[in-house]
Design a protein around this ligand. Structure first.
Ligand code: 3PG
Ligand code: MG
Length: 402
């Protein structure tokens, strides 16, 4: 499948100022970056632009600051880590207004191959509302624009989309290209049989994903908290398990759609239950396994059972392409991680193209040590979900065509 967008490879940047939107929205604990995957994933584009003699001006959001600048959402630590990874200085332009005195001075002093990082774009309230004033200010710093922030591509914000109203020479970066190729090919041009595995707590988060994937897959596997609403829709008693009463008809419709389309829809056949949710989440817990239609009224399903793990693993083994989004159970608890682990293991051991759609499933796969065994782990959570829904992402749509 052709990408259809101009890429960083085709952008002439020598001597030019290039504004690059990255997704440096990394997890932090007390000012320390706890996982730098997203920074590492941005390196190929940044290195290419340095090598080609561009003046590289990086920007990103971090977290969800609601009322302007806040120290805990500063990108200062990202500048330090990035500089270590690049092996060259990254000048941090620490302006509360993002495009301020420091940013302007730093950019004016840049030589070809230099790197500047702007402060958190969400320190400006215009950012998430995509208001022109801030888009114009960002654009005033640069001659061309590269979007490499796949994780934020589902947001139509100033720095991810609005800025392209004022900078016309635009391209996608390598990370964006890679994400589109893996997710796009998996979903739109998969080697068959094609299996999608969906989990996570809420059916409501995956309504359009299920609907869209039923048009494309040979097998759809549903596990995790969201599976109980499907089991309830089949008429099973599910005890205290998660259930979205408002989505029962939706689940019935989807089961009907699967049947009509000849898609194999696999739901849990047994489940690991407990009396109440672990608190804290990794606290020791007493569990037992019952058939999916035998959950007692006072118990709650928290992971897929052993027979289900086998059923799902067999489906993975029989596939040539597997896309997975959402854990099978409360994987943060060692007693309740077995279902998620079994799926990760089956995918890791298969020869199929295996794609992990960001967020919790990416965290689970890495936590369980299977990170390097997958074909592709997306850096996008919400973005990869919207991609699986078949939606056009504003951060990609705004880039000029090739
Ligand atoms: C993410 O981590 O989901 C992306 O960086 C986008 O962040 P947001 O959900 O705060 O817009
Ligand atoms: Mg998000």
């Amino acid at each position: 499948m052709g990408l259809g967008k101009k890429t960083v490879e085709e952008l002439d940047v020598r001597g030019k100022k290039v504004l690059v939107r990255c997704d440096f929205n990394v997890p932090m604990k007390e000012g320390v970056i706890t996982n730098d995957n997203r920074i590492v994933a941005a390196l190929p584009t940044i290195k290419k632009l340095i090598e080609n003699g561009g003046k590289v001006i990086l920007c990103s959001h971090l977290g969800k600051p609601k009322n302007g600048p806040e120290e805990k959402f500063s990108l200062a630590a990202v500048a330090v880590r990035l500089s270590e990874l690049l092996g060259q200085e990254v000048v941090f332009a620490n302006d509360d207004e993002v495009v301020g005195e420091n940013a302007r001075a730093a950019v004016a002093a840049m030589k070809d191959g230099d790197v500047v990082l702007l402060q958190n774009t969400r320190f400006r309230k215009e950012e998430t509302k995509n208001i022109d004033t801030f888009s114009k200010e960002l654009a005033s710093l640069a001659d061309c624009y590269v979007n490499d922030a796949f994780g934020s591509a589902h947001r139509a914000h100033c720095s991810t989309a609005g800025v392209t109203d004022y900078i016309k020479d635009t391209a996608v970066g390598y990370l964006m290209e890679k994400e589109i190729r893996y997710l796009g090919n998996a979903v739109n041009d998969p080697e068959r049989p094609f299996t999608a595995i969906l989990g996570g707590a809420k059916v409501a988060d995956k309504l359009n994903v299920i609907d869209n994937l039923l048009e494309k897959v040979d097998t759809l596997i549903i596990g995790g908290g969201m599976a109980y609403t499907f089991l309830a829709a089949k008429g099973y008693g599910i005890g205290k398990s998660l259930c979205d009463e408002t989505k029962l008809d939706y689940c019935k419709d989807m089961m009907k759609k699967a049947e009509e389309k000849g898609v194999k829809l696999l739901l849990p056949i047994d489940t690991v239950i407990a009396g109440s949710f672990p608190d804290p989440i990794d606290a020791p817990i007493d569990v037992k396994t019952v058939a999916a239609d035998q959950i007692p009224a006072d118990m709650e399903g928290m992971d897929i059972g052993e027979k289900t793990r086998e059923l799902f693993a067999d489906a993975v083994k029989a596939s040539k392409t597997v896309v997975w989004n959402g854990p099978m159970g409360v994987f943060e608890n060692p007693t309740l991680a077995a279902g998620t682990l079994a799926v990760a293991k089956a995918m890791a051991e298969s020869d199929a193209t295996t794609v992990i759609g960001g967020g919790d499933s990416a965290a689970a796969v890495m936590q369980l040590g299977y990170g390097d065994k997958m074909t592709h782990i997306s850096t996008g959570g919400g973005a990869s979900l919207e991609y699986l829904e078949g939606k056009e992402l504003p951060g990609i749509a705004c880039i000029q065509n090739a």
